[in-house]
Design a protein around this ligand. Structure first.
Ligand SMILES: C[S@@+](CC[C@H](N)C(=O)[O-])C[C@H]1O[C@@H](n2cnc3c(N)ncnc32)[C@H](O)[C@@H]1O
Length: 398
């Protein structure tokens, strides 16, 4: 928190918001494009990319400064009241409400309840639907254009039309909610544990498997997880193109094979081979992640260069390759802006909830390679400029 006196801080934030908004609006005006209006047919993303570095930075500052000003204006007690409300989103996913609301026009709460029953077989009283959806509307998910009528706005429609957004919400609210609710219980029940099967997931689902084994028991859940992770990989700061593709000198590995360990459905490898046609990737993951849908997700034209295989990374590695990539498998904190910090800390809590794992500092990494085997030579660690993720490079020198 800033050490500046609160009134002065508010004035500074307000001036910063004015200045940065002007940078952003001047940029958009010069390009002849408009910002989105949150209405249903409008853009789903703010039309500025990390490549436009000055306006992109201005936008980040606006988000951070408006949030801080908002929190100061709201005050600690009210801010606390506004925290931790995810129930309505869980209902929207569970009852497939976004899919039942027409893409254009509106529908009454009564008609919507009937349509949900017809489509999902699940009953919900119209008044309960109204309570949940009006709550969601305060977060700009759906709107009520006339009293008693529900319609989409951009955020709710994404839940109906964008499979990755839908999977992310489904996985977080449907699959992980019960685990979050039990994460603290797990810390209490197993105070000294770092075991991957003594977590909120184990208590919530009353089972003793580690998270990754557990989610694979259900094909739908495994697919939701994969899409949710893929969606995370296309979020700001963790985009594949600006981090893993641009951030490493892949071109120096000519005609090489790379093993993408814990590579899920191969979307990272696909993005890399599209940019570096001389590389070949073997994407390893566990059996439950190799459903027919997952196997079909690699574009036909790349199937000879991106091979999806089954391998548990705790077993001996059967493929001899020039490089081995682990992305989003190990965890390392960065020094970053409030926005990046927020994402990283959220992931930290998710990792604690599902696997009992922890973040490692840079020195921990050096030690880890040394302890694992002295033949590992720690090379370097760096963060590509437009990425929240770091590369940590070590060479195997037998
Ligand atoms: C957080 S995801 C990261 C996926 C991908 N590398 C990315 O960057 O988006 C972790 C992946 O590790 C896989 N995984 C977990 N345990 C594994 C194991 N023992 N062997 C192989 N893969 C595993 C999971 O199935 C999941 O696909």
């Amino acid at each position: 928190m800033s050490s500046v006196a609160p009134i002065e801080r508010m004035a500074r934030l307000s001036a910063l918001i004015t200045d940065t908004t002007k940078i952003l609006t001047d940029f958009l005006a010069a390009k002849g494009i408009d910002a989105h209006s949150l209405s249903v047919d409008d853009l789903a993303d703010f039309p500025v990319s990390p490549v436009d570095s000055k306006p992109f930075k201005a936008r980040t500052e606006i988000i951070e400064a408006t949030r801080e000003l908002h929190d100061i204006a709201l005050g600690p007690r009210e801010s606390l009241r506004a925290l931790a409300w995810g129930l309505s989103l869980q209902a929207i996913w569970e009852f497939k409400i976004a899919e039942a609301v027409p893409t254009s026009g509106s529908i009454t709460f009564d008609e919507l309840a009937a349509k949900i029953r017809e489509r999902t077989g699940k009953g919900i009283l119209p008044f309960k639907l109204r309570i949940l959806l009006r709550h969601a509307m305060t977060s700009r998910v759906f709107c009520e254009p006339q009293k008693g009528q529900v319609a989409h706005i951009q955020m709710s429609r994404l839940l109906a039309t964008n499979p990755k957004s839908k999977a992310r919400v489904g996985f977080l609210t449907g699959d992980l909610f019960p685990a979050f609710a039990n994460a603290v219980n797990a810390v209490k029940r197993w105070p000294g544990s770092q075991e991957s099967n003594e977590t909120g997931v184990n208590i919530a689902y009353d089972q003793s498997l580690p998270f990754y084994n557990f989610i694979q028991l259900d094909e739908g859940r495994a697919m939701r997880y994969s899409r949710a992770i893929e969606s995370h990989g296309s979020s700001e700061g963790t985009e594949i193109s600006h981090g893993v593709v641009d951030g490493y000198p892949w071109g120096e590995l000519v005609d090489a094979t790379v093993v993408d360990m814990g590579g899920n459905m191969g979307y990272v490898s696909v993005a890399i081979v599209q940019a570096f046609p001389k590389l070949k990737f073997v994407v390893q993951d566990t059996e439950g992640m190799r459903s027919a849908d997952a196997l079909a997700s690699v574009p036909q034209s790349l199937q000879n260069r991106v091979e999806l295989t089954i391998h548990d990374f705790f077993d001996a590695q059967p493929v001899v390759a020039e490089a081995y990539l682990f992305r989003h498998v190990f965890h390392k904190p960065g020094k970053s802006s409030y926005l990046s910090e927020r994402t990283i800390r959220m992931l930290d809590v998710v990792m604690l909830t599902v696997t009992n794992s922890r973040e490692r500092e840079l020195d921990d990494w050096r030690d880890l390679f040394r302890i694992a085997d002295p033949r590992y030579k720690f090379m370097r660690a760096w963060k590509p400029t437009k990425s929240q993720l770091w590369f940590i490079e070590a060479e195997w020198d037998p």
